[in-house]
Design a binder for this molecule. Sequence first.
Ligand code: MN
Length: 523
Amino acid sequence: MENHHAMSDTTPALRHIKIFDTTLRDGEQSPGCSMNLQEKLEMAQALVDLGVDILEAGFPIASPGDFDAVREIATTMRGATICGLARCNDADIDRAWEALKGSPQPRIHVFLATSAIHREFKLKMTREEIIARAVAGVKRAVGYCDDIEFSPEDAARTERDFLCQVVEAAIAAGATTVNIPDTVGYTTPQEYGETIALLKNRVPNIDRATISTHCHNDLGLAVANSLAAVENGAGQIECTINGIGERAGNCSLEEVVMALKTRQDHYHCGTSIVTPRLVPTSRLLTSITGQQVQRNKAIVGRNAFAHEAGIHQDGMLKERRTYEIMRPEDVGFQATDLVLGKHSGRAALADRAKALGYTLTGEQLQGVFDQFKLLADKKKEIYDGDIIALIELALHGTGQQAEWQLAGFEVTSGSGMKPRAKLTLRRGSEETSAEVSDGDGPIDAAFLATEKITGIKLRCIDYQVRSATLGHDALGEVNLSVEHGGQTFRGRGVSTDTVEATVQAILSAANRIAGTKETGARG
Ligand code: MN
């Protein structure tokens, strides 16, 4: 196979750009993206395998759950720096260190807002007080470890002279990374690039620290702004998988990494990201959170490498490079959509799972294989999308210890009739049925029937159906979120019958709620 981007032997050494992933901190705090401890650990392992340099695992003082996640990740993950966030005060910094100390490569990330609007309205502090507080915070963190990052929050809207003073003071106090956040996604590539160049030129001790970017995507400029900063001397990019994060999200890791790689001729920079892991990592996040990326999302979207126009297809057949600047396999898409069927064995399925980026235990593989066989009886050709849906259901579906199992269901709806749902659930050896005929629709009736049997209140806040592959016999995948007792729980179901997938998803959410109740009693 030809090499698209052959570099000559005389290529100068590439400048290494550190990838700082904040999927588990900035990303996780955005609506619909919260994860439990198990999910965070799984995501953290995937990020380490992806090759991120620094993994921001959470904000330890924010909640006991955050603390536990950072501590677990710091204790178990090797091969990346593990970072914890702290506001600029002793309690936050001490708590962050408590969580991080099990890591051989810990980093404390201290932040304090510096812009006029934050100083005046949020902090009610003068410039002098801000500098004194920043220095005190960095010094306290330096007492615990050598790797300290300081972020002047809302740096992009901070007066440049004052920003230079704060950065100089933070470095003098011991900060080894200075992050320049565009907290509100307001800056433009040229303006942000100038700010980085100014820091590089004007702050006398700047060579003792790495300049970092943290860009939000409110104007769709997060990736462009991060790249402009790199061109002006930044050595670290903060980003998230699928670009998740506060509001419109953060700089997307997969986009910024592939921009640097594809345009190495322009940026002369490299990262340690194993790019064929990008799509599997993106899928893992989607599967954990149930938040799909849009089809036309750069790099990881379903259409990112789809060529529809006839003239493009003609060009592609003659020479891929006519319309393709990256090869799908370089980001982890499979070049072929191999079809499996009824006669495919377990080895073929295992092969396919591996090629799609999944590592399954023997027991998981057997579970997926059983479902695969059932599906093969209903559907002649089984595509990658079907296999992914089955694997993800096995990995992130109901969970093994589901309290309630679906024994049977019947749903009717039609013009001019009342929707009705009859549901039978099994718990241990006991079966309970409920029939509801006053819902707004069949889905509502299925929710009501589940509530009636389990006694668990379910308020649906999100409901999504998508087909796993093309064709009217495709697997339907349902992802939903319910609110219960102030917390959000996700549910997932997969079936060729969309109503059945919905019932499974409702039940899996109910089971997750039941699983969190210590006594297992009905709530
Ligand atoms: Mn942020």
